[in-house]
Design a binder for this molecule. Sequence first.
Ligand SMILES: [Ca+2]
Length: 143
Amino acid sequence: MAGRSGLPGGKLRFMEIYLALLFGIALIAAFSGCEAGSTRAAVTGTLTLPAVANFTYYVWVENDTYAAVAETSGVVAASATVDYSISDVLYGAYYIHAWVDDDADGATEHEQYYGGVTVNPPLAPNAEVPSSGTVVFNITFSY
Ligand SMILES: [Ca+2]
């Protein structure tokens, strides 16, 4: 009644606006850490072959349906290892899938998943990519 437009109601309105402003500031503070770039990391590692070779390698970061979301490839001379690096991978759980063609015929001889057995992937995505920084997944070809 008369109290609605009196001082107590005015104080209440002021408190509501004040709390709404505080809530807005808190939201801005909470989400300011989520700017572009902080949800992605670099995936790196070393591929190790059974023997020294001249080879072409391919590394795919695959999602839970085995679709590549990021990849790299390269050519290596006279080595049994190569360091690979894939930048800007969205955080999450993935499979890391690598192949090598070591006789230059365009077909791969060696195939290996990180944490898998020969050509078989692990039972679930096992490569946890963080939201920033660099994560290392080394892969040794088992045949
Ligand atoms: Ca080949």
